[in-house]
Design a binder for this molecule. Structure first.
Ligand code: DGY
Length: 328
C-alpha cells in the first residue's frame, strides 16, 4: 500500500523529516524557501497532511483548493494562522503544540522583562559603541523588578508560568486579567490576583502580554490603553504581533509616556515598524520565546506525532477541533 503524502512547509530538524519518512511520502522545504499562497496551494495538491509552523495561513481558499488535505499540524502553540471554523467545516483537523514549550516560553518572558526593566540591550549598545568612559550614579538606572507589581494579560499555561516566576522567584505582587477567572487553587499556586483590565493597566509596574491573537484581541494594547499605564511602567509582548498597536507604542516610547518595552512579536513580522527601530528604550527579539534546542525539537516531534497519530493510527495527540474526529 502506498504511504500517505504530506508536506513539511518550512525547514525543520532533519531527524524529524526522517521520522516522518518512515510513515509518509514526504515533500519538504529544507531550503526554507519563502512560498506564496499560490505556491503553498500548488505544493499541497494530493497531500493528506501539512506540517506548518504558524506562518502558513490555512484559510477557506487554501482548503477549497486542496480537497485531499485531512490534517494541518502546527509546530506552535498559537494557531491564529488557521481558520479553524473553515477547517472544521471541511473536516480538516488542526493540531498545535501546547505544554512542551510552556516553561521555556515563560523563561523567555521573564528574560525579556528583566532586559527591558534593567535596560540590558540599551546599555550594551552604548558600551559596544565605545561611549563608556566613566561610571556615573544614574547611568542606565532602570526599574526595580523584585518586589514590584507584575501584571499579566492572558493567563493560560504560559501566563501562569510567568506568574509563578514573579511571585515565588522575585517576590512580586502578581495581578492578572483574563477572559475567564482561574480557579482559586490555580490562582493560589501562581500567587496571582484577578483584576479588571483597567486596574491591570493602571497598577502594573511591568505588564506582560500572553494572550492569543484573534479579532477580539487585535490592538488590545493601543494608544488609549498605554495612556492608562504608569509613566514608569514597562510592557512586554511575547504573545503575537497585532495585539499591540506597534505605531502607537513607538510614539509612546519616544515621548517616554511609558518607560520601556520588550517585544518578541510584531505586526506583520518579520517586518518591524520602522519607528521601533529608532527608539532606544525598546528591546527587540525575532520571535524566539520558545527557541531552545530541546523545546524546538519537542515542538517539532509533537507536530510529527500528531501527523502520525492521526493519519496512521487515527489518534492525534493535541487536536484543536476534535469534532472533526467524530465526523471522520
Ligand atoms: C508559538 O508556539 O505559538 C510560538 O509563538 C512559536 O510560533
Amino acid at each position: 500500500m502506498s504511504k500517505p503524502r504530506i508536506l513539511v512547509a518550512r525547514a525543520v530538524f532533519p531527524e524529524v523529516i526522517d521520522r516522518l519518512a518512515v510513515h509518509f511520502e514526504v515533500s519538504h522545504n529544507q531550503v526554507d524557501a519563502a512560498w506564496s499562497k499560490a505556491d503553498l496551494i500548488a505544493r499541497l495538491q494530493g497531500m493528506a497532511g501539512a506540517f506548518t509552523t504558524g506562518g502558513e495561513r490555512i484559510d477557506a481558499e487554501v482548503l477549497a483548493a486542496c480537497p485531499d488535505l485531512r490534517i494541518c499540524a502546527n509546530m506552535a502553540v498559537g494557531y491564529n494562522n488557521f481558520d479553524l471554523p473553515a477547517m472544521t467545516a471541511r473536516g480538516v483537523l488542526g493540531t498545535n503544540t501546547p505544554d512542551v514549550l510552556t516553561e521555556t516560553t515563560a523563561d523567555f518572558g521573564f528574560a525579556l522583562l528583566m532586559a527591558t526593566a534593567r535596560r540590558v540591550t540599551e546599555s550594551e549598545h552604548y558600551l559596544r559603541a565605545g561611549r563608556w568612559t566613566k561610571w556615573s550614579y544614574d547611568m542606565f538606572a532602570g526599574a526595580e523588578v523584585h518586589g514590584s507589581t507584575l501584571g499579566i494579560l492572558g493567563m493560560g499555561r504560559i501566563g501562569q508560568g510567568i506568574a509563578r516566576r514573579g511571585a515565588h522567584g522575585f517576590g512580586m505582587r502578581v495581578i492578572y486579567h483574563n477572559r475567564s477567572r482561574l480557579a482559586p487553587e490555580v490562582e493560589a499556586a501562581c500567587g496571582a490576583t484577578y483584576v479588571g483590565k483597567d486596574e491591570l493597566l493602571r497598577t502594573a509596574d511591568h505588564l506582560v502580554l500572553v494572550l492569543p491573537y484573534s479579532a477580539e484581541s487585535h490592538h488590545a494594547i493601543g494608544a488609549a490603553e498605554i495612556a492608562q499605564m504608569k509613566p514608569t511602567a514597562t510592557l512586554v509582548n511575547i504573545a503575537r504581533g497585532g495585539i499591540v498597536d506597534d505605531a502607537a507604542l513607538a510614539a509612546a516610547l519616544r515621548e517616554q509616556r511609558i518607560a520601556a518595552a520588550g517585544l518578541d512579536v510584531f505586526e506583520g513580522e518579520p517586518r518591524v515598524h520602522p519607528d521601533l527601530l529608532t527608539v532606544p528604550n525598546v528591546v527587540l527579539t525575532p520571535h524566539i520565546a520558545s527557541a531552545t534546542v530541546q523545546t524546538r525539537r519537542a515542538m517539532a516531534d509533537l507536530a510529527a506525532d500528531n501527523l502520525i497519530g492521526y493519519l496512521v493510527q487515527g489518534r492525534p495527540i493535541t487536536p484543536l477541533n476534535p469534532e472533526v474526529l467524530g465526523a471522520a
